[in-house]
Design a binder for this molecule. Structure first.
Ligand SMILES: Cc1cc2nc3c(=O)[nH]c(=O)nc-3n(C[C@H](O)[C@H](O)[C@H](O)COP(=O)(O)O)c2cc1C
Length: 224
């Protein structure tokens, strides 16, 4: 079975990566517990790839066209997109930048989603696989509810319509700098941030692990 972990963040050791690693572990453990032997969990770091967002060429919607339901752009997503679309499950992770997923993940989503979208029709995705979304951000849950509200609904509804309703994990109040004293900051109390990291981040990691388990379980239900 093939699963994809898609990291939409630039940092190699911080929150998003650790959360995605846990989700990956959750997938692996659940599959192994179910005696699945051929387990491939592919790790994709979007910042390592060369690609841009949708170019609005409409080849994916051209009736009878060579690239119908596919994205024809020749870049690092050309071969990856069909593989991901035919996989058994995907977990996306992103830090939140100015209230949104990163530009890289957004560009990826434009291509992943638009090539499967039929205006007013059924999804053109080759299959419906379980999907997880993990967002990590500085704001607290309280602030998120006040100012972000249903911020990710449009994206998640599009994923639902075309692939499946994603599991959504929001990780709040993250630890952003290894040493807060080195960076200008009047917003965050370093001690509270450290405390949150120590006390709550392990819970976030467990939630990410559980999300991975659910992705594997759903995939097993679909495939076996
Ligand atoms: C360019 C930039 C913009 C950011 N904007 C927001 C934001 O709008 N809201 C928020 O809660 N955190 C914001 N953050 C903080 C990150 O989302 C947060 O620290 C996240 O957990 C980082 O993930 P990482 O450790 O995997 O890089 C921003 C960080 C950067 C670098």
């Amino acid at each position: 079975m093939d699963f994809y972990i898609v990291n939409g963040g630039p940092r190699k050791k911080y929150n998003t990566v650790q959360l995605l690693e846990k989700a990956s572990e959750g997938i692996f453990d659940e599959l192994e517990n179910n005696q699945i032997e051929d387990i491939n969990i592919h790790q994709i770091r979007l910042y390592d790839l060369d690609f841009k967002g949708c170019k609005s060429c409409f080849h994916c919607k051209r009736i009878g066209g060579k690239y119908y339901a596919q994205c024809p752009i020749k870049d690092d997503l050309r071969e990856l997109l069909p593989e991901i679309k035919n996989s058994d499950g995907i977990v996306f992770g992103s830090p939140i930048y100015f209230g949104e997923i990163t530009g890289e993940l957004r560009s990826f989503m434009e291509r992943f989603l638009f090539s499967a979208l039929v205006y007013g029709g059924e999804s053109n995705a080759p299959k419906r696989m379980p999907i997880g979304m993990i967002y990590s951000m500085n704001v607290t849950e309280e602030v998120f509810n006040q100012i972000y509200g249903n911020k990710f609904d449009i994206l998640e509804n599009s994923i639902s319509n075309l692939y499946s309703r994603p599991y959504s994990l929001k990780v709040f109040d993250t630890f952003q700098f290894s040493d807060y004293s080195k960076y200008e900051n009047y917003a965050f109390d370093p001690e509270l941030k450290a405390k949150r990291k120590e006390e709550h981040f392990p819970i976030d990691l467990k939630d990410a692990y559980d999300l991975g388990v659910k992705i594997a379980q759903d995939s097993l239900k679909i495939n076996y």
